[in-house]
Design a protein around this ligand. Sequence first.
Ligand SMILES: Nc1ncnc2c1ncn2[C@@H]1O[C@H](COP(=O)(O)OP(=O)(O)OP(=O)(O)O)[C@@H](O)[C@H]1O
Length: 232
Amino acid sequence: MIEIEKLWFSWHGEKHTPTLAIDSLHIKKGEHVFLHGPSGTGKSTLLSLLAGIQTPQRGHIRIADTNLSALSSAKRDQFRADHLGYIFQNFNLLPYLSPIDNVTLALAFSAVRRQRAQRAGMAMNELAATLLTQLGLDASHHHQAVNTLSIGQQQRVGAARAVIGEPEVIIADEPTSALDEDNRKAFIELLFEQTDKTGATVVFVSHEKSLAPLFSKVVSLSEVNQLAGVAS
Ligand SMILES: Nc1ncnc2c1ncn2[C@@H]1O[C@H](COP(=O)(O)OP(=O)(O)OP(=O)(O)O)[C@@H](O)[C@H]1O
C-alpha cells in the first residue's frame, strides 16, 4: 500500500544534509504502523512527504500504486483529499463549526469520498453522527461548536473527519499526546475498529512507546533513516 524507495529529503535543498534518507520501507494494506523516534528525527517530515505536502528531492513514495512525485501539486492535493485521512496533533478543526459540520467537511473536497460515504445508505450528517458516536462522542455534543469541547472530545471529531468516506490511508501525528494512558489506548482501539471495517492502513506517530504493542508493525525512524547509506 505504501512503498518508499531511496527517499532523500532535505528542507534546505539538495546541497544540504538530508533530514531523511530512507533506503526502503514498505507498509502493507491494512497494517497498523507505530512510527517512533526521538524529537527532531523527522517523523513529522516523513508524514508530510507521505501526505504529498512536501516532495522528496530523490527517490519515490508510492501510495496505492500512485507515485506521488509524478503528480502535479494540484493532483497531489486531490490525491490527499481522496485517499488520505489525517489526524493532526492539534486536530486542526474549524472552531466555530459543530462536530457534524467538521466531519462532513472532509467530503466537500472529494467526490471519491462522497461516493464511498453514500454507500452507507444514509444522509451525510447521519453518517457523521454515527461515526462520532462510534468513536466515543456522545450525541449530546454533536451540535455545539468544537471549541467548547474537551481535548479528548475534539480528538474524536478529528478521527471521525479522517475516517469518513473510507480513505485507504489514515495518518495520525501524535493525536493522543494530551490524554492519559487509559484514554490513549481506548482511543486507538476505537480508531482501529473503524479502520479495520474498511481495511485502511494506519500510520501513527507517537513518543509513547507503551502504545507500541497495540500495533502490527513498529518502525523506529532512527533505524530506517540511513543518512549515510542511500545511493544518489
Ligand atoms: N518547515 C520546516 N522548515 C525547515 N526545517 C524544518 C521544517 N520542519 C521541520 N524541520 C526540521 O526537520 C527536522 C525534523 O523535524 P520534524 O518535525 O520532522 O521531527 P520530529 O521527529 O517530528 O520531531 P518532534 O518529535 O519533536 O515533533 C528538524 O531538524 C526540524 O528543524
